[in-house]
Each structure stands twice: as C-alpha cells, then as structure tokens.
Design a protein around this ligand. Structure first.
Ligand code: NAP
Length: 279
C-alpha cells in the first residue's frame, strides 16, 4: 500500500522506544497518527514533539493493552485507520520457574492477545474502505528461541505465525488489506535493549545490533512493498532460524555459546539478585 498524506496510522507502545521512531517515520510520510500506551504524559510529550516537527494530526489515547476487555472500546475510540502498528510489548529476562503467573499472563496479553484482538476489531473497517495494512512488531526472538525469555519468545513466535496466516488469508481472499511482521534483533538508540544497557551494563559488542532509524524504514518498507517479514539485524538470523528447524540439537549447541545467551543469563541473575535483596 502506498503511504500518502491524509491516511491515519495507529501506533501502540508509542510513549517511548521503537514506537516513537515508528510514529516519527510515519508522520514524515504524511500520515496522521493515533498514539497509544499507558503513560498519558509521555504520549502527550511525544505528540507535542511530533507536531513541533511538522506532523499532521496527532491524537493520543491512554490504554492498558493487558486489559483485553477494554480493547473493543479502544477500537471504537480509534475509528477509521489505514495502518495499524502493533508495537507495544514487554520483556523481562528471568528463569521460568521464578516468574509469577501474573507476569506470564500479562506478557501473553500485551504481546500476542492484544495485537490479535485489535487487528480483529480494526480489520473490517480497512476491508470496507478498500485499503489497510497491519504491521506486527515481533522480534528475532520470534524466529529463534531466546533462553531466559519463554513468555517473550512464545508470544513473538505467535505473532509471527499470526501474521503469516493472516497474510495468506488476505491473499487467498483477494483482500485489499494485508499484514507484515517486523522482527528487530537488538536495537541501539532507544527501546528495551537500550534499557538493558543502562540498567545492567549490557554492551552491544557481538550482539549484531542495528540502529534505531532502521526500524522506521522497516515499517515503511513492509507496508509499501507488502513484505511478509522484515528482519532488522546486523547479519541474517534466517540461517539460524532454518538450522533450528532442520538441525535442532546443533542449533541449541551453537546458541548456548552465543553472546546473547550469556547476556540474558546475566540479566536474569541480576534481576534475581535484586528481587532477593528487596525481600
Ligand atoms: N528494542 C529492541 O531491541 C527490540 C528488539 C526486538 C523486538 N522489540 C519489540 O519492539 C516493540 C517495542 O519495544 P521497545 O524496545 O520500544 O520497548 P520499550 O522501550 O520498553 O517500550 C515499550 C512500549 O510498549 C508500551 N507498553 C508496554 N506495556 C503496555 C501495556 N500494558 N499497555 C499499553 N502499552 C504498553 C510502553 O508504554 P507504557 O509503559 O507507557 O504503557 C512503551 O511505549 C516491542 O514489541 C518489542 O518486543 C524491541
């Protein structure tokens, strides 16, 4: 779908991180924006910055995506849109046996159930108006399992599978709307990997990081070229993803020696230390 002035994009998770860059890039393409996250003040700040930089209309809607029952009201408040970017997400490296059931349920809700339900609520309007594109922001952890990240990896694999299925339905039915999945690896500049750097002293070396501006470009490319998936990483994780399917044991052995495994283990251990300390 060609992006044009006068179209409207909804970006979830637009109060900080990758969502701000995606919103900025779509505004630069001339789109009006609806920004969603829980933090109203941060959304207002982002909206103000976008308007000051020349964006068209920018609305903000404060919503908690883990409250799945509130999503129909959110969709109603959103109204007609051309682009939906399901970007809001949560991640916390930890050992699975140390997580609370509530955290597991929240991660599934925010990372997978909410994108599927929001897509379900907003897709009929796109079909009725004859155009639309859904972009799901998954992760390389949705193509290659990341240790110490079971809820995150499971939901991101789910988001990849959801998008691939929806795309094929769209093509089989000749819909005027489509969907893409964007899979960032580790992104430098803003977002959850940047937060790990600041909070836990994680370093980018050896992690195959990509810069923040690649994220906005990936979303634009996905929509305008109707791409099934776009991977944002220094290097191509597709070979590792293929190895995980074809040679799972060899993949596990290779992965256990990867710098990302050591990084996630260190973060999980630091988090466990911090939570033991606060008891
Ligand atoms: N940064 C990376 O290196 C990287 C790599 C791979 C994939 N990703 C994916 O990229 C997406 C954006 O991540 P990020 O790096 O920008 O993370 P981030 O800096 O932690 O930002 C997460 C965004 O999601 C929103 N959010 C979280 N929980 C929410 C909830 N319950 N309801 C509504 N909004 C919620 C946050 O807003 P509030 O707190 O204001 O609600 C925030 O705007 C995620 O899907 C993530 O999995 C990121």
């Amino acid at each position: 779908m060609k992006l044009e002035t006068g179209q409207t994009a909804l970006v979830t998770g637009a109060s900080r991180g990758l969502g701000v860059e995606i919103a900025r890039r779509l505004a630069a393409e001339g789109l009006d924006l609806i920004l969603v996250a829980r933090s109203r003040d941060a959304l207002d700040q982002v909206a103000g910055d976008l308007r000051a930089a020349g964006a068209g209309q920018v609305r903000v809607l404060a919503a908690d995506m883990s409250d799945l029952g509130s999503l129909p009201d959110l969709a109603q408040a959103v109204g007609a849109i051309d682009v939906l970017v399901n970007n809001a997400g949560m991640e916390a490296a930890a050992a699975y046996d140390e997580r609370s059931p509530a955290e597991i349920a929240d991660t599934i809700a925010v990372n997978l159930s909410a994108p599927m339900l929001l897509s379900h609520a907003l897709l009929p309007g796109m079909l009725a108006r004859g155009r639309g594109h859904i972009v799901n922001i998954a992760s390389v952890a949705g193509l290659i399992a990341a240790p110490f990240n079971e809820p995150y990896s499971a939901t991101k694999f789910g988001l990849v599978g959801f998008t691939r299925s929806l795309r094929m339905t769209a093509r089989a039915c000749g819909w005027p709307a489509s969907a893409s999945v964007v899979c960032p690896g580790f992104i430098d500049g803003a977002g959850m990997f940047e937060t790990l750097k600041q909070d836990f002293g994680v370093v980018s070396d050896g992690m195959g990081t990509a810069p923040l501006h690649d994220v906005g470009q990936a979303v634009v490319d996905a929509i305008e070229q109707d791409l099934p998936d776009v991977i944002i990483a220094d290097g191509d994780p597709r070979q590792m993803a293929a190895m995980a399917v074809v040679q799972p044991l060899a993949f596990e052995t290779a992965s256990l020696g990867a710098p990302s495994t050591a990084m996630f283990r260190a973060v999980a251990e630091a988090r466990r230390g911090a939570s033991n300390h606060s008891r």
